[in-house]
Design a protein around this ligand. Structure first.
Ligand SMILES: [Zn+2]
Ligand SMILES: [Zn+2]
Length: 241
């Protein structure tokens, strides 16, 4: 059994196509016994999501709810092969956590080299901590380069529960996850499991990710979810604080 104290990837109503509130997500996390919950709304280029001003006013949110520590973050859209993302550095400095991901409405899939460069340049950004769902078969990636890049830049690679679910929007993600995880073991690169919940009942749901990690014999020391301090240390180190 993997000790898992956090969910680093969840959405609320503010994302435009998710259905619960911050407090509903926090209550669900508390019910599952999590210590830490990240709220990571889609950044402005995702259709229907919040504008930059939403991300600039997060100071008003109490970082504790129902005995759960909250991190207020963002899921950025990677926009091109230069790794451009859709919030400014000034705004990103105010975030507790930033994931960067490839999403169909925001970047057209390119060649393996193009997609890989897009991801590598995004995780080079000191204010991007996690590469979100790097398992989407619509965006072929050079996984050895991605894992080596994550190691070089101190970024965390995500194992996304939603990608593994048959009803999820990323079909056939598992082979890519397996390849990435094997390379993470080889290079000793940490991963984080995120539910990518768009409704409170999915918060902290990590069953398929746990099963895959156990099947591969993935070492606990490389799983960020086992300790809140591991995540905070990685975030501090990445952003140079
Ligand atoms: Zn996403
Ligand atoms: Zn997401």
């Amino acid at each position: 059994m993997i000790r898992d104290v956090m969910d680093t990837h969840t959405h609320t109503l503010a994302s435009g196509h998710a259905y619960s509130t911050i407090r509903e997500n926090a209550a669900a996390a508390a019910k599952k016994g999590l210590q830490l919950l990240a709220i990571t709304e889609h950044a402005p280029r995702m259709v229907g999501s919040s504008q930059a001003i939403y991300f600039q006013n997060l100071k008003v949110i109490d970082r504790h709810a129902f005995d759960v520590e909250l991190m207020m973050g963002v899921e950025l859209n990677i926009l091109d092969d230069k790794g451009t993302v859709d919030l400014t550095e000034g705004t990103l400095r105010q975030m507790d956590l930033a994931i960067a991901s490839l999403h169909i409405p925001c970047i057209t899939p390119g060649s393996r080299e193009y997609n890989t460069q897009a991801c590598l340049n995004a995780i080079k950004n000191p204010f991007v901590h996690i590469l979100g769902h790097p398992d989407d078969p619509r965006y072929p990636l050079d996984y050895r380069a991605i894992v080596q890049g994550a190691k070089k830049y101190g970024a965390i690679l995500e194992l996304n529960e939603s990608s593994l679910r048959p009803e999820g929007s990323r079909k056939n993600a598992r082979p890519q996850d397996e390849e990435m995880l094997r390379l993470c073991m080889e290079y000793e690169v940490p991963v984080v499991i995120g539910s990518d919940a768009h409704v409170d009942t999915d918060v902290g749901r990590h069953d398929l990710a746990h099963a895959l990690l156990e099947e591969l014999g993935f070492p606990e020391k490389l799983i960020i979810n086992t300790s809140a301090e591991k995540l905070k240390y990685a975030v501090r180190k990445k952003s140079g604080q």
